[in-house]
Ligand binder design. Structure first.
Ligand SMILES: *Cc1c(COP(=O)(O)O)cnc(C)c1O
Length: 415
């Protein structure tokens, strides 16, 4: 091996306008370049307590157990589902995009009996559909994504929370892509567990998953303490299998580590925690409502610009997330070629799509640090130029003008 062939890491400057990850706020990068301290240093345990408090502010909850799982967003999903679902529990999943299928898959791996209802891509569920399914299936848990970036749809949760309470069903949501850019009220909406990630509206790098757990969920987890000697094979007297089939994601052990006992579990990923703490601090300093308004403003400006150049938007606009837009690729245009030119000649990344939408839409994000006017204008300019270059005729400048007109109409909002 000739080590001189390996250059120092020095990635090109990119503007990340896809559905995540996005450019990290420089303040978060600075926090993450701090030196390490020991995991039981009082300064570190104090940071951990502060993180719990900060994320209660983000999730709008009084839940004591609000902490970080080290791993990407799906680590938070797995920790909650593995620790909460017992084998043969009936679980109902609302599927309106790719991440709903992920919830089904993980719940199956937890050996749940999984039922799902599906909404066509580009649409969300109405409360009656959910209540009918609950009456019929009688699940112990209902799982749903809040904002699914694969379809850009945002599922309203408030009525579903009421329905779950009424039928005594535990209610979990994956808010990875929505929190910080769209309203999420954990306590007010009756959510028992929520998980998130950093790389969408929180302006951080992937690799940390903040979660919050109600006291009811805590009680369930506490009853399932893992046997020290390893995996218990026999079922408990009442027939319930109590073992959580993971050490890393055993939330009982994670709580004992984050709680006053400070029982050793994993080594908290210090650098990631510094980043997650800074993301929350920045967001709360801006104010959650201001952050949501900012995502709405720039998300709408992008939409106006895209419509201004004559392109069509995917999905039910009444239920679109503030922070990501599905743009229908016009006939005769090769979506991948456009993305390639955007990247090579402008340094701008926009998203492709999965499954049934593959090759049909681009997904453009305006989230976190990149929910800004300059990012919107640059993206519109580049896309308009590339489309013209590829033979889709647009009057030069109409997209920018439409966005400018929208911004001007919103001057009362502090941009
Ligand atoms: C982007 C996204 C994720 C990302 O999961 P990772 O494990 O961080 O890659 C999860 N859930 C939803 C709804 C998302 O939009």
């Amino acid at each position: 091996m000739n080590i001189s062939h390996f250059s120092q890491i020095n990635p090109p400057a990119r503007l990340l306008m896809g559905p995540g990850p996005i450019n990290v706020d420089p303040r978060v990068l600075r926090a993450m370049s701090s030196q390490l301290i020991g995991q039981y240093d009082p300064v570190m345990t104090n940071y951990m307590n502060e993180v719990m408090e900060l994320y209660r502010g983000i999730f709008l909850t009084k839940n004591h157990w609000t902490l970080l799982i080290n791993g990407t967003s799906r680590a938070g999903i797995e920790a909650i589902l593995l620790s909460t679902i017992r084998p043969n529990d009936k679980v109902l999943v609302l599927v309106f995009g790719r991440f709903g299928h992920l919830l089904c898959e993980i719940a199956r791996r937890c050996r749940a009996t999984v039922y799902s209802i599906e909404a066509p891509w580009g649409k969300v569920f109405i409360p009656d559909q959910v209540e009918d399914a609950i009456k019929c299936i009688k699940p112990r848990l209902l799982l749903t994504v809040q904002g699914d970036t694969s379809t850009t749809m945002l599922q309203p949760l408030i009525e579903i929370g009421i329905i779950c309470k009424k039928h005594n069903v535990l209610f979990y949501t994956d808010a990875t892509a929505s929190v910080g850019g769209n309203t999420l009220k954990t306590d007010e909406w009756g959510l028992d567990a929520v998980s998130a990630g950093m790389q969408k509206c929180l302006s951080g790098p992937s690799g940390t998953s903040p979660i919050t757990l109600s006291s009811q969920i805590e009680e369930i987890i506490r009853k399932r303490k893992c046997v020290e000697a390893g995996i218990r094979t026999a079922l408990h007297q009442d027939g319930e299998d109590e073992v959580i089939y993971s050490n890393y994601f055993d939330l009982g052990m994670v709580m004992d580590y984050w709680g006053p006992e400070r029982l050793n579990h994993h080594t908290e990923a210090t650098t990631a925690l510094f980043g997650a703490r800074e993301c929350a601090r920045i967001l709360l300093q801006e104010g959650i409502d201001n952050s949501i308004a900012r995502h709405h403003l720039h998300g709408t400006a992008l939409l106006k610009g895209i419509q201004g150049m004559g392109l069509k938007i995917f999905g039910d606009l009444r239920h679109k997330m503030n922070n990501v837009l599905g743009v229908i690729i016009p006939n005769g245009i090769n979506g991948d070629q456009v993305r390639q030119l955007m990247l090579e000649d402008f340094g701008i990344e926009i998203g492709t799509s999965f499954g049934q939408l593959h090759g049909k839409i681009w997904r453009i994000g305006t989230m976190g640090y990149n929910a800004r006017k300059d990012c919107v204008m640059q993206t519109l300019t580049a896309l308009e130029a590339v489309l013209n270059h590829k033979g889709f005729q647009i009057v030069q400048g109409v997209a920018m003008q439409a966005a400018w007109d929208y911004y001007r109409s919103q001057v009362c909002i502090n941009v």
